[in-house]
Design a binder for this molecule. Structure first.
Ligand code: PAF
Length: 293
């Protein structure tokens, strides 16, 4: 496995793979890998000959006061896990390699600086996560677009925990004609139902148990929808109360069509999305469901 830190070297290696006619699969990550990431890599590996994984904590997608500075950086352990899985290339650029001159040693998270060109996907980027984290999806889309131009993958795999992120990426890939197939992988959960996330590392043992209530709340909304309830605002309010009783400070819990538009009484393909604070940690989760016609 090669661990590459510069765009120049990555391009040379990718060119050699392309010239050899190899299909390239890509999983972009911010590192601190857990079983959820590893399942994305395993899925990607079944689809191509060359597996590339990037590890880059992207300052452009963090807002002021968010956790950019404390986001765990565990490159050594991450590369060890990727090597065991049989990954071929790890691309781990520095902030300056990705955004030359734009960020001062990573301390200006969220500020674009001299970086002028960005991928903006209005509408879908401005609701839910985007409303709570302005600029977040522009940061995600921009770095993913840049990484796609560097890695030139045939396909890329993303986790469904970041449901809205997945939709934003599919949207710009389609509209801007990036020649990349986007695949997704279902949420991977801890035994108690908590969706795996690098941010779970911020929780103490007691909070990890408590955090299971986020998924339980989504499940109870899903059950009520499956039993025919269609009063979406009422269901959302009950879910907010349930989360508060479990010790969360809810940011939002919303029932949407799978394209994130508002559901009607005819809607059959739904997604329930939630974001909530447990202490100083912001967790997100979602459940997709199909109602019987
Ligand atoms: O989902 C993530 O870990 C990040 O948002 C991504 C896609 C690697 C872009 O920085």
């Amino acid at each position: 496995m090669q661990v590459i830190h510069t765009i120049k070297q990555l391009r040379e290696v990718i060119l050699a793979c392309k010239e050899a006619g190899k299909k390239i699969a890509f999983v972009p990550t911010m590192g601190n890998l857990h079983a959820g990431h590893l399942q994305l890599v395993s899925l990607a590996q079944t689809k191509a000959e060359i597996m590339v994984c990037s590890i880059f904590v992207n300052p452009l997608q963090f807002g002021d006061g968010e956790d950019f500075d404390k986001y765990p950086k565990t490159l050594k352990d991450d590369t060890r896990q990727l090597q065991l899985l049989g990954c071929d290339i790890v691309f781990a650029p520095s902030v300056d390699e990705m955004y030359p001159g734009s960020f001062n040693a990573g301390s200006d998270a969220g500020k674009a600086g001299v970086m002028q060109s960005q991928i903006v996907v209005p509408g879908i980027s401005d609701i839910l996560e985007g409303a709570s984290r302005p600029g977040h999806f522009t940061g995600v889309a921009t770095v993913v677009g840049k990484l796609f131009n560097m890695v030139q993958p045939d396909l890329a795999v993303f986790g469904e925990k970041d449901y809205q992120q997945l939709l934003v990426i599919k949207r710009f890939v389609n509209e801007l004609c990036f020649p990349v197939e986007i695949l997704s992988h279902p949420i991977v959960r801890e035994e108690n139902g908590l969706a795996m996330s690098s941010r779970n590392g911020y929780l103490n043992t007691e909070q990890k148990q408590q955090a299971a209530a986020l998924y339980q709340t989504l499940q109870s909304v899903a059950q009520k929808l499956q039993s025919g309830s269609q009063d979406y605002p009422q269901l959302e309010q009950e879910a907010v109360k349930q989360l508060q009783q479990a010790g969360f400070k809810p940011d939002y819990i919303q029932i949407r069509n799978t394209d994130l538009s508002q559901p009607t009484s005819d809607s059959k393909q739904l997604v329930i999305l939630a974001a909530a604070w447990l202490g100083n940690t912001r967790l997100i989760d979602n459940i997709q469901l199909s109602l019987q016609s």
